[in-house]
Design a protein around this ligand. Sequence first.
Ligand code: NAD
Length: 422
Amino acid sequence: MKISIVGCGYVGTVTGVCFADFGHDIVFHDIDRKKLDYLDRGKAPIYEPSLEDLIRKNRERLTTTSNLTVAVRDTDLTFVCVGTPSRDDGSIDLAYILSASATIGKALAKAPDFHSVIVKSTVFPGTTDGPVRSVLEQESGRQASVDFGLGSNPEFLREGNAVYDFSMPDRIVLGAGDDRTMGMLRTLYTSFSCPKLETSIRTAEMIKYASNAFLATKISFANEIGNLAKRLGIDPEEVFAGVGLDRRIGPAFFRTGIGFGGSCFPKDVRALIAGAGDHGENLQVLHAALRVNDEQPLKLIRLLQAHIPDLSDRRIGVLGLAFKPDTDDVRESRAIPVIQALLDAGAEVVAYDPLAMENFASFFPQIEYAPSPEIVLAADAVLITTEWGEFEHLDYSGTTVIDGRRIATASRTAEVYEGVCW
Ligand code: NAD
């Protein structure tokens, strides 16, 4: 099939490149010309393991354009993969979705054949069939389900594992407003062997939100039990090894630590809470999950202050700035509240991350970025905020380590060691 991708970030780039690897022809479009330039040079506009190899392998099936009208005319489907950040009140900010829809709508007005628009971005239930549909119809002068198709195909990939997750998903959710669109989605995903759910557009949107909200809640639940376990002298890893063996529960997402960050869980849980509020529902469990997640990183500072009560002018090292390992993404990283609290307490911060220092520096230009972790380890104390594999191979001897991510080598070899929940 021929596919247009609108938005070349983590989801759009991985979606386009992986579909190309399945034999489809892809046209990428983004308002950020730099992203397209990267792709034109055979490079990935974002860091994701093995993505650049796939771009090189499939170069003849990957093109870019700044002219979406031509892309829509020449393709069967358009995937909308633009960002859906939070507004200040936590509700979903649809600005990118609506501006992308307006551009696609103008292009649809000139499309000679039936073309389907599939929203892959995470949006509140009702968005695709509501505001997106209205803008597309208004700008194209055409009618959804009759002159063009509309669908929802939420994405479940994890950054750092995105190529594998996209190609080997646990399930695929296909929501369509008309038979032709569902038919195209079925064809597109024919070679995937996982369970495929065919639903309404609204249900597909809700499956994505409910999945992220449950996983976020599972993490906050584990952290709350972990906080109590630490006080009782119990190792939460052993506790959750036992709990996770219950088939009704499962072992995933029970790692205790300083909580979840990233471009999805925090904003999606906030958006679900805010959207539910608009419909008269108060999602109390999710409010609590966010509260635990806000407090968890600050526990690291309290544990540090048990060793160094006055942090003013003390040099504190931070290992890890990405919100998780194997990505350069720092959106809502737990290192952000940790470093902010250190600065508020008057500490001098020196930080190291294998990939994310450049991205982090745009938020915190005032801290020192070390070219090697050894410089961080020479500080008065070190906080570990991301579980990068390479942190297992450092020499922590003579160091005070407060660990938010359970680095086993640090627990064995640091002079003073405290874990946030262990
Ligand atoms: P991102 O910020 O990395 O990329 C979004 C891209 O869209 C940017 O390159 C931006 O320039 C582009 N864009 C914005 N407005 C545009 C427009 N009008 N026309 C063309 N391009 C435009 O975002 P992301 O992390 O890829 O997330 C995209 C969506 O997918 C979000 O809704 C997110 O919640 C969801 N999602 C993300 C992940 C993830 O792990 N990142 C996983 C699953 C779902």
